[in-house]
Design a protein around this ligand. Sequence first.
Ligand SMILES: [Zn+2]
Length: 109
Amino acid sequence: MYTIIKRLEISASHKLTINYKSKCQNLHGHNWIIDVYLGSEKLDENGMVYDFTKIKQEVSEILDHKNINDVIYQPTAENMAKFICDRLGNKCFRVKIKESEWNTAIYEG
Ligand SMILES: [Zn+2]
């Protein structure tokens, strides 16, 4: 079994729809640190689980310097983690998103 981990940073904005009063309802930004875990029993013809550059393209091109609400409904760190994992396909088994030094969400598919 092979595992690769790609770390990305995206700068973007979002706001959340929450059923109680929260500052997260206001449009604001984060620099999210995202760790993407992909695994495979076999390597592809290029000797890779997944091209690191392609991971960056798949995630950054759609989320970096964007309003995440335009891409993901209710873009909590949890929903963003699942969205990224789904986007990368069945080799992705874990996405960890650090929203700040104190707040991290993990999705494992
Ligand atoms: Zn936020």
